[in-house]
Design a protein around this ligand. Structure first.
Ligand SMILES: [Fe+2]
Length: 200
């Protein structure tokens, strides 16, 4: 499968999965992504070390809606995606080689659109992603692995595959990954700039 086809198939599969969720922000992204069908375009593939966590057959837990289709779509598309890792000077070293993200849809995405960012995010086992904020409203849909998640200064709670974490604009949030890699769909809407992204 060539790159535009594979990436487009991923976006379509993600739209189906998100459309089955009851959380409004997921349904909103399902609608936005469906409207992009057939437009997959630019962007050369790139890999970072944490992409090694994608080189295995089971990327999407069966608790996730339409898991088999989404699993296949990610497997086919992940080698065509432009993966990145944080290069922020304040990013903790412990996850620099143990996290990867790709913006598939958005101003910097394979599908260039304004107003939203959407993609995949991978964190390796035992990684701690400390409390941080950003101006965008955000969702994460857990595809596989389990992390303990925190919002504001509440206690950490495990969020299993198939569930969504929804963060308001500038709401502090953090996660600690358990013993398996964490693979999630993520989406940003509202103010999707990076200027207020910071650890808190
Ligand atoms: Fe976030």
């Amino acid at each position: 499968m060539n790159a535009p086809l594979a990436i487009n198939a991923f976006v379509s599969a993600a739209a189906i999965t998100l459309g089955d969720m009851s959380v409004p922000i997921a349904r909103r992204f399902a609608k936005d992504l469906s409207a992009l069908a057939g437009t997959a375009g630019a962007g050369a593939p790139a890999r970072v070390p944490a992409c090694r966590h994608l080189d295995q057959p089971h990327l999407v837990d069966r608790a996730v809606s339409s898991a088999a289709t989404l699993n296949r779509a990610i497997s086919n598309a992940q080698t065509q995606m432009c993966w990145r890792q944080s290069c922020r000077p304040d990013a903790p070293d412990l996850y620099n080689e143990n996290h990867a993200f790709v913006e598939v849809v958005g101003p910097d995405g394979h599908l260039a659109v304004d107003g939203i960012r959407f993609g995949l995010f991978v964190l390796g086992p035992e990684v701690y992603y400390p409390p941080h904020v950003h101006e965008a409203e955000e969702f994460y849909l857990i595809l596989s692995g389990t992390a303990d998640w925190q919002q504001d200064d509440e206690a950490y709670r495990p969020v299993p595959p198939g569930q969504i974490v929804h963060n308001a604009s500038l709401q502090p949030h953090a996660m600690r990954v358990n013993d398996e890699p964490l693979i999630v769909l993520w989406g940003w809407c509202g103010d999707i700039g990076w200027t207020q992204y910071r650890f808190v």
